[in-house]
Design a protein around this ligand. Structure first.
Ligand SMILES: NC(=O)c1ccc[n+]([C@@H]2O[C@H](COP(=O)([O-])OP(=O)(O)OC[C@H]3O[C@@H](n4cnc5c(N)ncnc54)[C@H](OP(=O)(O)O)[C@@H]3O)[C@@H](O)[C@H]2O)c1
Length: 399
């Protein structure tokens, strides 16, 4: 019962944080939110008949879109690196991009989980009648350990996969209840969601294809939580820490990093690079595990849901995107956006969206870049990056 309560709170918080409260333009989302509140008020959680009625009503208003699938073969010969590929949106992206022909390298914090995920992707391809499943790889990457991140480009190079066409910075954590510091001494949400990816992108930059490469950063509409702007002097919770404010700040950092990367690449004539950020929607993944604790979450999953849990999950699933639906925007962007990608843009529902001034703050974006270099002890100079030199980390100079 306690777990259900926290899951209900998570669901409502997730829905508020990730979109429904912050997308007033989206009529469908507003209708969903109203339907949810109305459903809750009318006791839809209690009566099975009510649930069935609500299900029909919600399904009618949501009119769920078909998950985006790139044309089979359209990613043949492309190499895609996906962080956080062990579960959720990362794993689903690996499947869909792999099915379109890409060579996929997914990362995981632990070897066995990564191998299990790669096997899962291979089974998926086989189920689609695709014989060649040998182009799915996994490597260990822990974004909370900068040594792991800094050694990743070398490990990647040793696989012999060649240049990277798409780097999908997807891994993330959300709403860790208390301030936790990583091995490097930085706030965990900030390091997992932003700093680790900053260093990874720097390290892999020389290996990005000079014909055309895309860096896709998975952000969230929770950037709105940081509406007062990026707090450069509180990136690590030095002044104060809140689970949701830390998440909002990290997701704003993803957007500002995307824009700054694009600006710097444009400034030195790197016309081959496109950087984009996105919000996937409110999706049923394991992302809420941090709210109730990763161990408790695993216990809950291992035990399996009670009948009441199932009822709650079934009702909540009406209001959340499935993983297949949620992966659409990043799969769309990673597969080239059908040739329409807007450099430096932020996408939601596969469309470029305008952002409020605080999420386009060039000064803060520059400060974030410099602060990230300083904290990680690296220099990310897009101009001096030498193609193919990742094994010596040419863009990363210990300072
Ligand atoms: N779900 C949503 O509603 C939603 C909404 C907006 C944005 N997003 C964003 O979508 C992205 C993917 O999340 P998800 O919903 O798919 O959640 P998920 O199922 O929890 O997946 C998160 C992934 O990140 C990995 N990860 C976490 N910490 C890491 C670290 N220190 N180093 C390397 N990998 C790490 C996890 O790896 P392990 O398996 O090793 O833990 C896992 O593979 C996140 O950036 C999230 O902020 C999600």
């Amino acid at each position: 019962m306690k777990i259900i309560k926290s899951l209900c709170v998570s669901l409502i918080t997730l829905s508020v944080v990730h979109g429904w409260a912050f997308s007033p333009k989206s009529r469908v989302k507003m209708v969903c939110r109203k339907a949810f509140l109305a459903g809750a008020a009318s006791g839809a959680l209690i009566g099975a008949a009510g649930v069935a009625g609500a299900a029909v009503a919600v399904n009618q208003v949501t009119n769920r879109p078909t998950p985006y699938e790139p044309v089979p073969g359209s990613m043949n010969g492309k190499v895609v690196v996906i962080t956080g590929g062990s579960t959720g949106l990362g794993l689903e992206s690996a499947k869909r991009l792999g099915a379109a022909g890409a060579t996929v390298l997914l990362t995981s914090r632990n070897l066995s989980k990564g191998e299990a995920a790669a096997d899962d992707v291979k089974r998926y391809l086989a189920s689609k009648g695709i014989q060649d499943t040998s182009r799915i790889y996994s490597l260990v990457l822990d974004l909370d350990d900068l040594d792991s991140v800094k050694s990743f480009p070398k490990a990647y190079k040793e696989l012999g996969l060649g240049n990277i066409d798409v780097l999908l910075n997807n891994a993330g954590v959300m709403a860790i209840p208390n301030l936790q510091l990583t091995k490097d001494g930085y706030e965990r949400t900030f390091q997992s969601n932003h700093l680790g990816h900053f260093v990874l992108t720097a390290g892999l930059f020389p290996l990005l294809s000079r014909d055309k490469a895309t860096v896709v950063n998975v952000s969230s509409t929770a950037y709105s939580f940081a509406a007062r702007g990026l707090e450069i002097d509180n990136l690590n919770g030095e002044k104060n820490y809140g689970p949701w404010s830390a998440y909002g700040q990290s997701k704003l950092a993803n957007i500002l990093f995307t824009q700054e990367l694009q600006r710097r690449a444009d400034a030195v004539g790197d016309s081959w690079l496109t950087a984009v950020a996105l919000h996937p929607g409110v999706v049923q993944t394991d992302l809420s595990r941090y709210i109730i604790g990763e161990e408790k979450w695993s216990e809950l999953k291992a035990k399996g849901p009670s009948a009441f849990d199932s009822l709650v999950f079934n009702v909540s699933s009406l209001f959340l995107k499935t993983v297949q639906e949620g992966a659409s925007t990043q799969v769309f962007l990673a597969s080239g956006g059908e040739g329409t990608l807007k450099k430096g843009a932020y996408y939601d529902e596969m469309k470029a969206r305008d952002l409020p001034p605080f999420a386009k703050d060039e000064y803060k974006a520059k400060l974030l870049w410099e602060k990230s270099e300083e904290l990680a002890g690296v220099k990310f100079d897009v101009a001096s990056a030498q193609v193919g030199e990742a094994s010596t980390l040419s863009t990363i100079t210990e300072s």
